[in-house]
Structures are given as C-alpha cells and as structure tokens.
Design a protein around this ligand. Structure first.
Ligand SMILES: NC(=O)c1ccc[n+]([C@@H]2O[C@H](COP(=O)([O-])OP(=O)(O)OC[C@H]3O[C@@H](n4cnc5c(N)ncnc54)[C@H](OP(=O)(O)O)[C@@H]3O)[C@@H](O)[C@H]2O)c1
Length: 238
C-alpha cells in the first residue's frame, strides 16, 4: 500500500471477505464515498481448490463459487449504476485458462472461472451502447502464492510466468479496449490444449488422464465411503 501511495496518495485498501455479498458491495460503495467514482473495477480475488471431486464437500464448492464467481457478480452489479452515471467505466475479470480447458482436480475452480467468462460475455451483449467496457484476462500458470495453497499435489511442473505479465495484460485490455486476453500469449502448450479441447476432445481427455491419473486407492476409498452412505468430502476415518 505504501508503494501505491507514493505515486497515488489517495490509494487505500479494505480488508474483508469478498465471498460475502455485503462486503463485495461495500467495496464499491466505499470507493464511491472516498473517491466519488469508479473508473476501473478489477475482479481478481480467487481461491484454488485443487482436489479430487471425491474429496470435495458441498461447502467447499459453494465457497469457491462465492469467492471466484459471485464476488465478481456482486461488485459488477454494484458498479454498473455508478459507471452509467459517470458515462464510462471498465470492468476487468481475472479468470483462468482453466475456464477454457479444465485441468484434473480443478473441477469447481474451472467451473467458477467458466461462469465468470460466461457472465463477462453476456455483458458484452447487455452493456452494448453503455460505454462500459468488460474484459476477461485468462492467466495460464503464473508464479504466485496460489501454488503454495493447493490442497493436493499438483501434477504440473512446467514453466510459471511472472505476475507482471498479468498486470501488463490488465493495462492492455483497458487501454486498447480489448475483450479477452489469454496470458502468456501464443504459448504452445496452451494453444495445443485449446486446439485439442475444441477439435479432438477425446484425445485431450486421454492426455489429461495420463498427465494426472486418479489414484486407484482414491477411487476405492470413495466407493467405500459411498457404501457407508457418506457424502463426498466426508473424509472421516480416512
Ligand atoms: N497464479 C496462477 O497461476 C493463476 C492462474 C490462473 C488464474 N489465476 C487467478 O488470478 C487471480 C489472482 O491469483 P494469484 O495467482 O495472485 O493468487 P494468490 O497469490 O493466492 O492471490 C489471491 C488473492 O485473492 C485474495 N482473496 C482470496 N480469497 C479472498 C476472499 N474471500 N476475500 C477477499 N480476497 C480474497 C487474496 O487475498 P489474501 O491474500 O488477503 O487472502 C489474494 O490477494 C485469481 O483469481 C486466480 O484464480 C491465477
């Protein structure tokens, strides 16, 4: 924050849980109260939930959707009237390449990001003529702390790109009024995965199953829990 205040003394922050609608709306309202306007809204908050679906509780799934998707809906719905009053605004949604190709153990994360992308695309239609620009940034693997917070081991050991690529992409979509950027751009593995998803999905499914196979004991334990009448994510006695 101090670094921001050097170049922009009026910078401020709010600490709270964006998975709660009241706080998400408050972020927008507080910004208007302090600064009089909201020119740019970047929906960046996100949590990963890297785990087999057999280990996923309904509460965890709901939490991911609240933080990754609904927070973006709540801040956006609060910001649109402000931007309409101003006559302009930009909304940038930080999604994920997982919205395009769901990796193993990313079921609910990928769903939350795909929902964010569909929500953004819908606004391209509904906000036409309002001078409110909506952009999607789909990061690939970026070297941030999110990789240290994973619930289960990650099969991906490829290159992770610097976070600066994402800040540059955010500036680019705003300044050039671009609608969607996937970063890193023209990256062969991401392009190949996207191509396979679109044109040879069965080959992609086979490749992902080999890349991070479901361990046999995970499936066996899930079956045993199912026989006991337990819900998914109920890992007692494991
Ligand atoms: N890194 C990647 O490889 C990658 C790839 C694709 C997409 N993304 C997306 O990029 C965005 C930024 O992630 P990152 O890589 O920078 O991960 P990160 O280092 O874990 O940062 C996540 C950010 O979200 C905030 N956040 C999480 N839950 C929140 C909540 N309930 N309320 C308010 N803030 C919350 C965190 O705040 P606190 O630190 O205060 O918890 C943190 O600032 C996310 O949307 C992520 O899904 C990242």
């Amino acid at each position: 924050m101090r670094e921001c205040q050097v170049v922009s003394p009026a910078s401020h922050y709010l600490a709270g849980d964006l998975g709660e609608r009241a706080f998400a709306e408050h972020v927008v309202d507080d910004t208007v109260a302090r600064h009089g306007r909201v020119d740019i809204l970047v929906n960046n908050a996100g949590i990963s939930k890297h785990k087999q679906i057999y280990h996923m509780s309904a509460d965890e799934a709901e939490q991911v959707m609240r933080v990754n998707f609904l927070s973006c809906v709540w801040t956006t719905l609060a910001a649109i009237p402000i931007m309409l009053r101003q006559g302009s605004g930009s909304i940038v949604n930080i999604s994920s390449f997982a919205a395009k190709v769901a990796p193993p153990r990313e079921t609910i994360y990928a769903a939350s990001k795909a929902a964010m992308n569909a929500f953004s695309e819908g606004m391209w239609n509904d906000l036409a003529g309002a001078n409110i620009h909506v952009a999607i940034v789909n990061p690939g693997p970026i070297d941030t702390e999110i990789w240290l917070k994973e619930d289960e081991p990650v099969a991906f050991h490829g290159r992770k790109y610097p976070p600066e690529l994402i800040t540059q992409a955010i500036f680019e979509v705003i300044e050039k009024r671009r609608h969607e950027l996937t970063v890193p751009r023209r990256n062969p593995p991401l392009l190949l995965a996207r191509f396979m998803r679109l044109f040879v999905p069965s080959v992609l499914r086979a490749a992902l199953a080999r890349f991070d196979p479901v361990p046999r004991e995970v499936l066996e334990k899930a079956r045993a829990r199912a026989r006991e009448g337990k819900r998914l994510g109920d890992l007692r006695d494991d």
